[in-house]
Design a protein around this ligand. Sequence first.
Ligand code: ZN
Length: 284
Amino acid sequence: MSHQPPEDAAARRAIPPVICYPNETLPRPDMALYAAALATAEVTQTLLAPPREAAAFRVPAGHFFRIRSVDGPQVGDLNLWNASDLSERFYSGKTRALHGTHVSTGERLWSCLPYLRPMATIVDDSLDWYGIDAFGGSVHDVIGTRCDPYTGNLLAGTQYHHCCHSNLTRALSEATGLAPAEAEAHVHDVLNVFMCTGFTRDTGQYFMKASPVRPGDQLTFLAEIDLLGAISACPGGDCSSEHSSDEAACHPLAIDILVPVADALSGWQSPSVNGYDRSHGLKS
Ligand SMILES: [Zn+2]
């Protein structure tokens, strides 16, 4: 049953919104310094995530990593961990609360509690021209989770093994030597690189549409701490129709690791973990 609205329902709906987390006090990265360091940085390694597979990579703090479209339009699901402590991982939900539903240049990927520090900062985004389209869609979202075989099984009774969740699980297992079941527990909600998504205004449902990404497009980050990353070339391809199956056309994604020239980042420091004292109001 649905309920009767109060007499002042219209007035209540007309109250303007308030930003939950005004971010003017967030520590600001020196983007001019980052951009200048990127301009002269050299590629030291290039890896490829094959279609419907993931690739893991390591990036020392103060180096860059770049995710690049090759061959054809493709969406990637990105996970990040502290390279020496997998319990510190990317926190998609808080990144969304701090920066909004989609991220671009100057915004950062934050780690989970109790660490809550920048893991990576976006230094260049070749899709920054896209903005927010008429459907409310934009690129590089932190609103999706990652395609996974459990949801596929729930909705369609399938047993599909190349969802991003499984691809990331295999890649992390191979990179760390952890058993797959153990690695799976470290896989987390992603940054959807190049994916174009939003919420429908009428039903509030999560939607996707064909990504505007073209070969040559890239998203480049500075690693703020030593990182282990993994990116899955989503079985949804450009996510114009469906995912969680082998139906869509899929393409690889390249990952470049770049080292800045000496002193290019002078003055930059890897951020410390969050300063909250963790006493939670308990008497010591
Ligand atoms: Zn996926």
